[in-house]
Design a protein around this ligand. Structure first.
Ligand code: OAD
Length: 251
């Protein structure tokens, strides 16, 4: 492992444009369960029954009760971990420009990363199904499920459900930065949900080296990602950042 970290550090230290693609795995050590893999939410719940827009519109109360209410409780408590802060450090070292995240937890921004593309929206906001008003999730009343807007309409998280489009600006910019980077750091994603999972392919097609951090192999491992660092973000990121810092002679 140390050898792979040293090789990844060599590549990052020489890179001109680095993009990170992150997924639920980077926030696992902040107490947020992933969707797939060990302890994943979809082991006990059917995503089509709780995370598809049709399921939500059919019965918002049910989806709020089964999934969204608990998500709010968990995300309210979550704080960035060493995986998130490691990416902030890489940005400070000039070795990371943009993060494309599939996460809706806002932890990259809370850690201090300055350019985060939210591919699947952000749970910090709710949107009224009737009038479209945006309401802060922090202020909603969970005594009433589903929570309502002041107009009486049902509130939905301002996140992308299955069956919905990726916000066009996020999609177009993600494709652009993926095509332009010379290194992509893929952290904590099963790389199975499209179109986010196509970003490493776009990067690789355009000549980038793909470095992957994940405790389990993914469809990218050894095929698209030439440098898999097998482990959790909290254990790998600080070691990787320290090795990059050493090469840059940065204190
Ligand atoms: P997944 O839950 O599919 O994958 C999480 C990945 O993180 C798995 O490959 C795990 O092995 C890995 N992992 C677990 N612990 C880790 C750790 N400590 N450090 C690093 N990696 C770890 O999450 P995503 O790929 O983000 O979409 O899922 C993509 C999308 O599917 C989500 O955005 C969500 C979901 O359904 C929607 O809801 C639209």
């Amino acid at each position: 492992m140390s050898e792979a970290i040293e090789r990844a550090a060599d590549i990052l230290a020489q890179a001109k444009s680095v993009v990170a693609l992150t997924g639920a795995g980077i926030s696992v050590e902040s107490g947020i369960p992933p969707f797939r893999g060990k302890g994943g939410l979809w082991e006990t719940m059917d995503p089509m029954a709780v995370a598809h827009i049709d399921a939500f519109l059919d019965n918002p109360k049910r989806v709020w009760e089964l999934l969204i209410k608990d998500m709010k409780t968990i995300l309210d408590k979550a704080r960035p971990n060493a995986g998130h802060t490691g990416l902030v450090e890489l940005e400070r070292l000039g070795r990371l420009q943009t993060i494309i995240t599939q996460n809706v937890d806002g932890l990259h921004q809370m850690a201090g990363s300055s350019d985060v593309i939210e591919f699947h929206g952000n749970f910090a906001w709710q949107r009224c199904l009737d009038c479209g008003q945006r309401v802060s999730t922090a202020g909603i009343n969970l005594a009433q499920i589903p929570p309502q807007c002041s107009c009486g309409g049902v509130l939905r998280p301002d996140c992308v459900f299955f069956g919905e489009m990726i916000p066009p600006a996020a999609l177009v910019r993600s494709q652009r930065v993926s095509a332009a980077c010379d290194v992509m750091l893929v952290i904590g994603t099963s790389a199975t949900v499209q179109p986010a999972a196509s970003m490493p392919f776009i990067a690789k097609d355009n000549g980038a080296v793909i470095i992957e951090i994940n405790p389990e192999p993914t469809p990218l491992t050894g095929h698209i990602s030439s440098l898999p660092l097998m482990g959790g973000g909290v254990s790998i990121m600080p070691r990787l950042v320290a090795a990059v810092r050493k090469r840059l002679n940065s204190p």
